[in-house]
Design a protein around this ligand. Structure first.
Ligand SMILES: [Zn+2]
Ligand SMILES: [Zn+2]
Ligand SMILES: [Zn+2]
Length: 316
């Protein structure tokens, strides 16, 4: 069985220097947020506050995923333009909020060690570009950090080209530091070269917030997965196995290779990247396993996945 649910999409971003597939999309964007974010003739002006914000983000973050800060900008713009501002604020508040120390950790994780001081810079630039009295809370140090954590933990990467799928696969590789830097630099250059030739349309990549998908917990034996089969921003949540009424729908934050690793290795990845300890059915059943990392294990030792997981609820 493979039933698809189109998750309701609230926000998505492909690229801020915008091209639209149709005049309907263009009008919809204009009415929802683009009036606030429109660069108009200032598109090439490096001193335009929104360009400065994007530049700062590019400098602290690996380029193909430039979207997070602009996703935040778009959230601000949507509320600024909205008639019913409260409705949008309530909507955003559905995405889980974290404790202050967790938000701090998430922000550092997203920015990397080198850039721990950059949160204040980004906040200043966002304030200059888009400050709004109604949203004053989002521009305080705490509010900004919490928005940053919200986007960082709930933002779903959207990549619809085979190139971006390849880039995501590269991102997932575990490489020695130097090789990682070389690969990142290569990809960076590749994007620049392609951009020169084709413009932005190839780079159908961004991130969005999906309310239903973000309410799915993680499991190391997921019964559903998110994908973008239509080559656009519509997220499909598809069942990987039969799901009984009342059974929790879980996706996996780990790719399939990572899921085959030992409990110890999975927990390390989840703890470091998503800040939680997994207690899914698989993890519970491996509770007594020795704390070995997968590298030390025999290849192909992965257990067969039990199909009697229906009654188990995952609680992460
Ligand atoms: Zn469109
Ligand atoms: Zn515009
Ligand atoms: Zn687990």
């Amino acid at each position: 069985m493979n039933c698809s649910i189109d998750c309701e999409l609230f926000l998505f971003l492909f690229n801020i220097s915008v091209m639209y597939c149709s005049s309907e999309c263009k009008r919809a964007a204009w009415e929802q947020y683009h009036r606030v974010l429109c660069l108009g003739p200032s598109r090439e002006d490096p001193d335009h506050p929104i360009n400065k914000l994007q530049d700062a983000w590019r400098n602290v973050h690996y380029p193909p995923e430039t979207s997070s800060i602009m996703l935040m900008a778009r959230m601000v713009a949507v509320v600024k333009q909205a008639q019913d501002k409260g409705r949008w604020q309530r909507l955003f508040s559905h995405f889980c909020s974290r404790a202050a120390n967790e938000q701090e950790e998430i922000a550092h994780k997203l920015l990397g060690e080198k850039f721990q001081g950059q949160l204040a810079l980004l906040r200043n630039l966002l304030t200059t570009a888009l400050y709004d009295d109604y949203l004053s809370q989002w521009f305080t140090p705490e509010g900004f950090r919490s928005l940053f954590a919200l986007v960082g933990t709930n933002g779903q990467g959207i990549g619809t080209s085979s190139l971006s799928q390849w880039v995501h696969a590269c991102d997932a590789l575990e490489l020695p530091h130097q090789q990682r830097e070389q690969l990142d630099a290569f990809i960076d250059q590749l994007y620049k070269d392609i951009d020169k030739e084709t413009g932005d349309f190839l780079n159908c990549e961004g991130s969005g917030l999906y309310l239903l998908q973000s309410s799915c917990n993680h499991s190391c034996v997921p019964n559903a997965e998110a994908s973008f089969p239509d080559n656009n921003f519509l997220l499909h949540l598809s069942a990987l196995s039969d799901i009984r009424p009342g059974e929790e729908i879980c996706i996996s934050y780990l790719d399939c290779c990572q899921r085959d690793r030992s409990r110890h290795s999975r927990h390390k990845i989840l703890r470091e990247n998503y800040l939680f300890v997994c207690s899914c059915q698989k993890c519970m059943s491996q509770m007594d396993d020795a704390d070995v990392t997968s590298e030390d294990e025999d290849e192909g030792e992965g257990e067969t996945e039990g199909d009697d997981m229906e009654d188990e609820m995952t609680d992460v």
